[in-house]
Design a protein around this ligand. Structure first.
Ligand code: BV8
Ligand code: ZN
Length: 260
């Protein structure tokens, strides 16, 4: 690990007026959550991306539901890793801080991050295909109010809307679907106000998420990429820290703590 560079990055964060962080699936890799485009980007013979579309759901809702239920069950024994906790620590150290995530796994909130915009929705949310009713629950299957444990729907019984009885769908953003307005506006505000950006664990190929990193650097923000390999954003950022997010981010947070 390049300690002088880690300290330089921590200094840039300490001096920044406002910081925003963009995370992708790589930040959850050390929690044992599969990424999308790596070698583990398959579910059986399906590519993740082929299942994350309205067309796939239209064509075969059972298979798509089985995919998302498999991912929900996977999360039941996955937990935040040191990268998630370090990002929550940076948020505590930097008052003007925004976390924008492409991930739907909920691990940032479980690690204590507060100011989180979920650009691609949330795995533990169902949404009605007809009336749009949303029900959000946590990874234990407890509903948002945390009262009666809510049985995770099993493969056989696709959940139906309690209001209009139509079929529910997972509350995530599929390819070809617009992103949630609230998350988009939070991201716009974060990018417009920040002079420092951390890009963690994303291949940088999905838009409009990746476009915000371009927008941030074009505005003159100092951008740092943390990834185990080169990505589509490596040429866009100012500094590339090559390595695991779960090792690099705690080192940055520790160095930052000494500076603020
Ligand atoms: C939209 C939710 C418009 C569901 C997801 C051609 C060119 C440009 C764009 C397009 C195009 N054709 C179509 C588009 C648009 C399309 C798009 O970007 N396609 C791409 C594939 C070309 N985008 C959309 O469709 C978006 N919507 O544009 O709508 C619109 C507007 C109005 C009205 C109608 C329509 C919607 C995109 C959202 C799709 N949903 N997920 C679910 O999760 O099931 S995307 C999915 O990819 C996940 O959210 C994921 O987070 C996201 C991005 O992937 P990454 O997070 O980067 O993950 P990946 O596996 O790729 O990379 C992991 C990285 O981690 C790697 O770099 C690896 O090296 C690194 N890593 C691994 N381990 C570690 C690590 N790093 C650090 N430490 C480690 N330990
Ligand atoms: Zn409904």
């Amino acid at each position: 690990m390049d300690v002088p560079l880690i300290i330089e990055v921590a200094r840039r964060i300490a001096e920044a007026k406002a910081v925003w962080v963009m995370t992708g699936a790589g930040v959850s890799a050390e929690s044992g959550v599969p990424t999308f485009r790596g070698k583990d980007g398959f579910w059986g013979e399906h590519r993740f991306e082929d299942l994350a579309t309205p067309q796939a759901f239209q064509r075969d809702p059972e298979t798509v539901w089985r995919f998302y239920l498999w991912r929900r069950r996977l999360m039941l024994d996955r937990k935040p890793n040191p990268a998630h906790y370090a990002i929550a620590e940076v948020e505590r150290l930097k008052p003007r801080f925004n976390l924008i995530t492409q991930n739907v796994d909920g691990l940032h909130r479980r690690a204590g991050s507060r100011n989180v915009a979920e650009l691609h929705g949330a795995l533990f949310t169902d949404r009605c295909t007809e009336c749009g009713l949303e029900s959000r629950f946590d990874e234990r299957g407890l509903d948002a109010e945390g009262d009666e444990p809510r049985k995770l729907p099993d493969c056989e019984s696709i959940p139906h809307c309690s209001r209009c009885s139509a079929m529910m769908r997972p509350g995530v953003v599929w390819f070809g679907e617009p992103l949630p307005m609230a998350a988009l506006s939070a991201t716009e505000r974060a990018v417009e106000s920040a002079d420092c950006c951390l890009v963690v664990g994303t291949s940088g190929v999905v838009y409009p998420a990746a476009g915000y990193v371009h927008q941030s650097t074009a505005r003159g923000a100092y951008a740092v990429e943390i990834n185990v390999e080169e990505t589509a954003l490596s040429a866009v950022v100012d500094t590339v820290l090559t390595g695991k997010a779960g090792e690099i981010l705690p080192a940055i947070a520790a160095a930052l703590k000494e500076l603020v």
